[in-house]
Design a protein around this ligand. Structure first.
Ligand SMILES: Nc1nc2c(c(=O)[nH]1)N[C@H]1C(S)=C(S)[C@@H](COP(=O)(O)OP(=O)(O)OC[C@H]3O[C@@H](n4cnc5c(=O)[nH]c(N)nc54)[C@H](O)[C@@H]3O)O[C@H]1N2
Ligand SMILES: Nc1nc2c(c(=O)[nH]1)N[C@H]1C(S)=C(S)[C@@H](COP(=O)(O)OP(=O)(O)OC[C@H]3O[C@@H](n4cnc5c(=O)[nH]c(N)nc54)[C@H](O)[C@@H]3O)O[C@H]1N2
Ligand SMILES: [Mo]
Length: 586
């Protein structure tokens, strides 16, 4: 993120694009509410009427998969109505002239045809964004989980550059990242193309530095992104690129990756699969070795917040059972494989990291302790350097010439469009009570009591009438790749023609249906768009019995035992928060 999370409160306009903070990030959502209380205007761009839409001044309820058409049209209006910041563009950017012919065709009327957002609303939103004085963009998975994703991020950045909304407090562009430490995983170099601190593996100077520090020879070749694994296991002809062994650590691809039938095939074809986790998960079913690790309150370390903020986490309880911390497991495996890796504690690992990463070098444990947190870049160990709350101060950007770069391109439709056989769009999202692959929340009885298998498919009340299905009824959802069973939830939050499922459910597993259409740069799959069909199940008694049996089997696998036998078969049909009449209402 170019800004810090606390700055959200003081923006004059929040442009919230494909991001559902109320369900996904309650603490950030609180800041959004507070900005509203302080008088900020809010524009929400989401095909669903999410909570943000309810408090927004404008809700652009676009058609799924039309992001870049809308973003280009907003740029078009800002340019044509003379709302650009000419000084900022001249002094701090390159490429503006090249952008002009690209966005020229995206008149509000043209974009309205693609996005279903009225042309007048596009104009109004563009004016509000360009003229507030302190506009901030927040975006989420409604941008990233498309085969055209990075282009949209750049399109949003174009808006911030052309209006000078960068380099001042409460402006900029914020990808509100997912997991509590997804930013930290990237900071640590858990990416196919970079060492810790975003130093490229293809940069010979950086490579040499790490080789010297670690006493090894390092490859300059970019590694394999997770979403390429199935292909490289199943279909790769080049023996040098084939994958035979898969070490999976804090990830459950057999639940969270797209096209699960293909993932299972790949896991089974691998000669050797290791799974390192704090719970049993679906991937564990395919593993040759399972390495049990400690959970977040059983070890200490550092997390990076989405706004580049490092924070210490501390061990609260002694781990029970035969477990080790993740770093101890990695050290032991490495040592056994012939590279002795020895640290006494996480501080030693951290000290090595900041020594090797110039933009982290000032973020000492001592400073994290005293200041409570530090946002990178933080280069100086002196206590006076508290890091960088917002980036690009005084219009200085990270390109070698110090300038921001405009980048424009055309909108592309999603990869798999609705058709006669699969007439609806499947979009997969999140919900409040459960987390990602649900090992953590599915093992928690309290959360299971709020909401349990097999999850829900949100659809418009009109579509439910056409399909002849009612609230709570079990339905079958199919795509070209597979099917699953879940419950129907009619809701006015959703427009006709779209089905929304959350990806946490083991039985209602929407990734049986999704596809591995990837963005060419980020390699993120198009989780937000696949063609699907919803079928009524005539024999509901059979279906209820079927999911009970399936759940019993999965719980056995996951090792979930309850003290209260009623909860064992406890389905959420009556009791769920989603069944609350207010939940589905706009
Ligand atoms: N309770 C809970 N919280 C979580 C998680 C969880 O599983 N449970 N997961 C965490 C993780 S890993 C992440 S990455 C974050 C993600 O958090 P968010 O970014 O909020 O993710 P989503 O809910 O998947 O998608 C955001 C919104 O995109 C919208 N959308 C769908 N299609 C389009 C489109 O074509 N255009 C636009 N503009 N919007 C679209 C959806 O309607 C949805 O409201 O949440 C984190 N927080
Ligand atoms: N259809 C669809 N699929 C999606 C998405 C979507 O929107 N739609 N979102 C995608 C996104 S953004 C994300 S981030 C992924 C998330 O998907 P995953 O990363 O697969 O899911 P998580 O639940 O975050 O956790 C993965 C595993 O980490 C384990 N774990 C937790 N803490 C620790 C620990 O300290 N150490 C170890 N070793 N293991 C631990 C958990 O038990 C779990 O088994 O899902 C992706 N999949
Ligand atoms: Mo995520």
């Amino acid at each position: 993120m170019s800004m810090g999370v606390p700055e959200i409160e003081d923006a004059k306009l929040l442009f919230i694009f494909g991001y559902n903070g109320a369900d996904s990030h309650p603490i950030v959502a609180r800041r959004i509410v507070r900005a509203k209380e302080k008088g900020a205007k809010i524009i929400c761009v989401d095909p669903r009427r999410i909570e943000t839409a309810r408090i927004a001044d404008m809700h652009l309820q676009l058609k799924n998969g039309s992001n870049l058409a809308l973003v280009n049209a907003i740029a078009n209006v800002i340019i044509n109505e003379g709302l650009i910041d000419r000084d900022f563009i001249d002094c701090h950017s390159t490429g503006f002239e090249e952008l002009l012919p690209i966005v020229e065709k995206y008149t509000p009327e043209y974009a309205a045809g693609i996005s279903q957002v009225p042309a007048e609303d596009i104009r109004r939103a563009a004016r509000m964004y360009a003229t507030s004085g302190r506009s901030m963009i927040l975006y989420g998975m409604g941008v990233c989980q498309f085969a055209q994703a990075v282009d949209v991020v750049k399109g949003l950045a174009n808006l911030a550059i052309m209006t000078g909304n960068f380099g001042r407090p409460s402006t900029g562009i914020g990808p509100v990242r997912g997991q509590n430490n997804v930013q930290g995983a990237c900071d640590m170099g858990a990416l196919p193309n970079s060492f810790p601190g975003y130093q490229s593996v293809t940069d010979a100077v950086a490579r040499e530095k790490f080789e010297k520090a670690w006493g090894v020879k390092l490859s300059g070749e970019i590694g394999c992104p997770i979403t390429h694994v199935p292909h490289r296991v199943l279909h790769e002809k080049d023996p040098a690129k084939q994958i035979h062994a898969y070490y999976i650590f804090g990830e459950d691809p057999a639940q969270s990756d797209p096209d699960l039938a293909e993932v299972r095939e790949a896991l089974d074809k691998c000669d050797f699969v290791v799974m390192q986790d704090i719970f049993m998960n679906k991937t564990g079913r395919h593993a040759d070795v399972i390495l049990p690790a400690t959970g977040w309150c059983e070890h200490d370390g550092v997390y990076s917040c989405c706004d580049r903020g490092f924070q210490r986490i501390r061990k609260l309880i002694e781990p029970s059972g035969d477990v080790k911390t993740d770093w101890e497991i990695i050290c032991a495996i490495s040592t056994a494989m012939g590279y002795p890796m020895r640290y006494n504690n996480t501080k030693e690992i951290w000290d090595e990291l900041i020594e090797l990463c110039p933009s982290f070098s000032g973020a000492t444990y001592e400073k994290l302790e005293k200041l409570g947190g530090v946002q990178w870049p933080c280069r100086d160990k002196a206590m006076t350097d508290a890091g960088t709350p917002y980036l690009h101060k005084n219009g200085k950007f990270a390109h070698p010439d110090g300038k921001a770069k405009f980048y424009g391109t055309d909108w592309r439709p999603p990869k798999e469009l609705e058709n006669n056989e699969y007439p609806m769009v499947l979009s997969t999202v999140r919900e409040v009570g459960h987390y990602s692959v649900r090992t953590m929340t599915g093992n928690c009885r309290l959360l299971r009591n709020l909401e349990d298998e097999p999850g829900w498919a949100q659809m418009s009340p009109e579509d439910c009438v056409t399909l002849g299905v009612k609230h709570g009824e079990l339905v079958k959802i199919l795509s070209k790749r597979g099917y699953c069973i879940t419950r129907c939830m009619p809701t006015e939050r959703v427009k006709r023609g779209a089905v929304y499922m959350t990806y946490q459910w083991w039985i209602g597993a929407c990734n049986e249906l999704t596809q591995a259409a990837l963005d060419p740069v980020s390699n993120t799959p198009e989780y937000k768009y696949a063609a699907c069909r919803v079928e009524k199940i005539a024999d509901q008694a059979w279906a209820e019995k079927h999911i009970l049996e399936e759940y019993a089997e999965i719980r056995e696998l996951m090792g979930i035992k309850d003290r209260d036998p009623k909860i064992n078969g406890g389905f959420s049909k009556q009791r769920s928060i989603s069944a609350n009449p207010f939940y589905g209402r706009a």
